[in-house]
Design a protein around this ligand. Structure first.
Ligand code: ZN
Length: 412
């Protein structure tokens, strides 16, 4: 009897290094943004590695790229494993690439051991997960889940002035040897290995995170209107200063939202005063509030708290506050059977594992709309991601890939 399939950690490291070289930056990071020449080069390398092992290479209209290892019954829906190959402009070597290359490693480990799975197993590299060059992010997995490309997205323009539809066509044309397949389709399940992009696993010295869901995100814009006045001549009692209201609001929000709920996240990343004159009381102050929570009811409660706090602070300063929602992504919970699949797989492999919520979006959020999905997290150094300094220890990359293989064996 042949030996059971096993991850080859050295091969995985070689692959990570080969892909990190495409778009490498001077500071050891990667700039391989979606649908650029570098992205096309990475797609070509993945297709070549797949073809060399006899896996069928195909792509869909959203330029999602697939490698298929056939199962005993080709009529069964395939199990999908993957992530993305695009990066942030000053991105790291592991965000996305680890999940795609670990999925390839799983396919190769199955092929090395000559294991026949009942259903096909496919690797997928989703297009434009990051959304840094073209908005929105998770373009490929959204299109896959919807079975169509939103026509409005095709006209999205990048900062470098290119149209998404044109770059998509050029990317598809650059890989003509990949068979075209319909967008979407039935799949048995989806598993994505990804770096945690946070500090929890490293701090707790746990090898594997079994991701229970992805927290919801809501972006509010608060506009506080007061009255412009001369900075030198207007005494306090004559002012209706929206900056006073904004400062009081932020003081309350920072002091109450996160300190009272360890699962809540609140960030004010953008604030501007209008007209923005150094020597005038502003007429309006506008700021963003990014709130995140895994529980939809808490997301609503925090939004209500933000609105109330800003309204009170504005009234106290003689101003008016208005709140509008800029973006709303509800939380997602992965099916418990899929989370348990990851947990059990990690445990059988002898890795420490804990359940955790993902703080960031991932392609799995969208694929979960059409199939049971789950995610496997591995620690990254100091929780750093979307940064050239992003780093993952080889033993953690290997543990993640071994867990993915164990999951695939159980699910395929
Ligand atoms: Zn990612």
């Amino acid at each position: 009897m042949s030996s059971p399939p096993a991850i080859r950690a050295g091969r995985l490291q070689d692959r990570l290094a080969a892909f990190a070289a495409i778009g490498a930056t001077a500071k050891n990071g990667v700039n391989r943004q979606a649908l650029t020449a570098g992205d096309r080069q990475a797609r070509r390398l993945l297709a070549e590695l797949g073809s060399a092992r006899g896996f069928a290479v195909s792509q869909d209209a959203a330029a999602n790229l697939f490698l298929r290892r056939e199962g005993r019954d080709p009529s069964l829906p395939p199990l999908l494993l993957g992530s993305h190959l695009d990066t942030q402009p000053t991105g790291g070597r592991f965000d996305g690439a680890l999940g795609v290359l670990a999925a390839l490693e799983v396919l190769e480990a199955l092929a090395d051991a000559g294991v026949e799975t009942p259903r096909a197993v496919e690797v997928v590299a989703w297009t434009n997960e990051e959304g840094s060059r073209f908005s929105p992010g998770c373009f490929g997995s959204r299109a896959f889940a919807a079975g169509r490309i939103d026509p409005a997205w095709e006209n999205a323009l990048s900062l470098d002035g290119e149209r998404l539809g044109d770059e998509l066509a050029a990317t598809l044309a650059a890989l003509t040897e990949a068979a075209m397949r319909p967008l979407g389709g039935t799949i048995a399940g989806y598993l994505e290995l990804h770096i945690e992009q946070g500090p929890v696993l490293e701090r707790e010295e746990i090898a594997v995170g079994a991701v229970t869901g992805i927290q919801g995100t809501r972006w509010l814009e608060i506009a506080i209107a007061g009255a412009a006045a001369h900075a030198g001549t207007t005494p306090s009692s004559f002012r209706r200063d929206p900056m006073v209201a904004a400062a009081a609001s932020l003081h309350d929000l920072y002091g109450n939202v996160m300190p009272r709920d360890e699962n809540a996240r609140l960030t004010v990343g953008r604030l501007r005063a209008e007209p923005g004159s150094i020597n005038a009381v502003p007429e309006r102050v506008i700021f963003s509030v990014d709130i995140r929570h895994p529980d939809p009811a808490r997301l609503d409660a925090i939004e209500a708290h933000v609105r109330r706090t800003c309204a009170h602070a504005a009234a106290a300063a003689g101003c008016r506050s208005e709140a509008s929602i800029l973006f709303d992504m509800p939380p997602l919970t992965f099916p418990d059977a899929m989370v348990a699949l990851v947990e059990d797989a990690a445990t059988r492999q002898g890795f420490s594992v804990r359940r955790m919520v993902s703080g960031a979006f991932h392609d799995a959020l969208f694929v979960a709309r059409v199939a049971p999905a789950a995610m496997i997290f591995v620690p990254c150094r100091d929780g750093i991601s979307h940064n050239e300094a992003e780093d993952v220890e080889p033993r953690h990359a290997a543990a993640g890939a071994a867990t993915l293989l164990e999951c695939a064996l159980a699910a395929a």
